[in-house]
Design a protein around this ligand. Structure first.
Ligand code: ISL
Length: 556
């Protein structure tokens, strides 16, 4: 087997402010992460993706960066960071940083200089005078609702911001911006990190500022999503910096097609190694995440198949700091919490690609239990709630929409134990801890062989030990509203079939797809099941997930 490290590793995303506080200020920090490295090693992860640790006024929880080459004092110091890289390295764990270069904070010194027209910063951002009656330069609308333009009195012009008004977009038409960012990459790579997760990377290059078409939801995107200019930038970064350091990148790629995904990740083009696409998490969306429709396993299978077969290698993920918890989203976090949380461990570890576990997913953390908008911190949720109010949606309906899709669902502090503060902090946490921490927590699961955590460990090992699961082709076998069955095949190795019942109902084992399951113990072997069963007759029980291996061909 000759795979690069990022194809064999399991990744783990840390949202630092919610992971582990070490000094009682209610805010997670780097010494906190260091103190949990043994737990991460015992899960079997090989690389940590750290959400932003840079100084930030926090308009968007660190995704508005005020200094790319420093650590926010709330998280610690550069020395702490170096210690983290070294201590993680000693356990065979690499680190990748979040690279947020579509925009900076408006408090970044580049923006402060740019608004005052101080060279060389004058053209680091996208400034325009606006229309004759003071209207914005075009009709674009942003990711967090409303116009993408903000008037700046200092400069006497509008600036573009695809996200919050405190996140002005960098001007990637200016070669000086590329040179600055290349230096940022070198700064962190010199400290020993393995690469970057590249935030909204597909939106970097704005080809034109013409009016956008369509409804006012990210209107204008056709002028900046995956443009030829973006491909050039990615190739420059790879050639100038990433290749010399042998560094890895995974790019966040919202709203891309599989063809675009192929272009971005085709190894011969030298752009990104992997992308995070969103298709598989939007099976139950009509139009946007605020308009839900019933989940269908068949539709999930259809979408996954497109990507599994369309890209040479996939970034596999079911959660991150922007998504609801998967056990609450597609799973059943009530009657079948344990079983459905484990089912997603099977899905994540048996698809073809590099799995990313989001903190807390490995213990089955659920969506938050907040009861009002006042408890929410997320800028997107707050803006959207207010905008829905302005267009006349009544409060209960607005709250219901935010409740199930808010990004804060994934941002509540990590539930380490059942003590006050959940072992996350001895102080007041920056965001309220989910009350279910007394039941769902790491300590309760650590030594329990039936826990979600133990099952994740088992599945991580299973993948690591199976050439078929690591490298095999993905072949769809069967799907209906409830069931997904797929196979992994790799030459010279026994094939593996995966059965997922994503419903609250038993699914009869009828049809040719069920044969490998019915033969468990005779012609096939059960490698893992979230029910602990090893023999199957009659039906798959609700939320049952089973991994079955064909008999090894006898040598002739
Ligand atoms: O989160 C989303 C929907 O709820 C996405 O539209 C998200 O805004 C988009 O994927 C970009 O996300 C990334 O960049 C944002 C930041 O707020 C997110 O946390 C980050 O993952 C701006 O930097």
């Amino acid at each position: 087997m000759n795979l690069p490290w990022w194809k064999t590793s399991v990744f783990y995303q840390i949202y630092p402010r919610s992971f582990q506080d070490s000094n009682g200020d209610g805010f997670g920090d780097i010494p906190g992460i260091i103190s949990r490295l043994d737990e991460l090693a015992s899960l079997g992860v090989g690389c940590l993706w750290l959400s932003p640790l840079y100084p930030s006024p926090d308009a968007d929880n660190g995704y508005d960066i005020a200094d790319y080459c420093a650590i926010d004092p709330r998280y610690g110091t550069l020395d702490d960071f170096d210690e983290l890289v070294s201590q993680a390295g000693a356990r065979g764990i690499r680190i990748i940083m979040d690279l947020v270069v579509n925009h900076t904070s408006d408090e970044h010194r580049w923006f402060q200089a740019s608004r005052a027209r101080v060279d060389p910063y004058t053209d680091y951002y996208i400034w325009r005078p606006g229309g004759p009656s003071g209207e914005p330069p075009n009709n674009w609308t942003g990711f967090f609702m409303g116009s993408t333009w903000e008037w700046d009195d200092v400069r006497g012009e509008f600036y573009l911001h695809l996200f919050d008004k405190k996140q002005p977009d960098l001007n990637w038409h200016n070669p000086a911006v590329l040179a600055e960012i290349e230096d940022v990459l070198r700064f962190w790579l010199d400290r020993g990190i393995a690469g970057f997760r590249c935030d909204v990377i597909t939106c970097l290059f704005k080809t034109s500022l013409d009016d956008g078409k369509g409804l006012p939801i990210v209107r204008g995107i056709e002028h900046y999503k995956t443009q030829p200019g973006l491909h050039e930038i990615l190739r420059a970064l790879r050639r100038d910096v990433l290749d010399p350091y042998n560094a890895f990148t995974v790019g966040e790629a919202a709203m891309v097609t599989v063809e675009e995904g192929r272009e971005l990740t085709d190894p011969s083009r030298g752009e990104l190694d992997l992308i995070f696409y969103f298709d598989h998490l939007e099976v139950d969306h009509i139009f946007s995440k605020y308009g839900p429709k019933p989940f269908s396993a068949k539709e999930l299978m259809r979408r996954l198949t497109v990507w599994q077969q369309g890209l040479h290698w996939n970034a596999l993920y079911l959660e991150n700091h922007d998504q609801p918890r998967i056990v609450s989203h597609y799973g059943n976090d009530q009657a079948y919490w344990l079983r459905s949380a484990k089912l997603f461990a099977v899905m994540l570890m048996t698809l073809r690609g590099s799995p990313f576990i989001y903190q807390g997913q490995e213990i089955g953390m659920t969506n938050f239990d907040f009861t009002s908008i006042d408890e929410l911190n997320d800028v997107e949720s707050r803006n959207t709630y207010a905008m829905f109010g302005r267009i006349g949606i009544p409060k209960p309906a607005r709250w219901a929409m935010i409740r199930q899709s808010s990004r804060d669902n994934a941002r509540t502090p990590m539930q380490w134990d059942a003590s006050d503060g959940a072992g996350f902090s001895t102080g007041t946490p920056w965001l309220r801890i989910n009350r279910n921490y007394q039941f769902i927590n790491y300590a309760a699961q650590e030594h329990n062989p039936d826990s979600v955590l133990s099952f994740y460990r088992q599945m991580v090992r299973l993948r690591a030990d199976s050439p078929t699961l690591l490298e095999g082709d993905f072949i769809p076998v069967f799907a209906n509203r409830a069931l997904m069955v797929f196979r992994r095949e790799f030459s010279g190795e026994p094939a593996v079939t995966v059965f997922l019942n994503m419903s609250n109902h038993a699914q009869p084992l009828s049809g040719p797809w069920a044969t490998p399951l019915l033969q468990c113990g005779t012609a096939t072997t059960c490698l893992a099941a979230n029910t602990g069963r090893t023999k199957f007759t009659g039906a798959l029980v609700p939320w049952e997930a089973v991994v079955v291996q064909d008999a090894v061909e006898p040598e002739s």
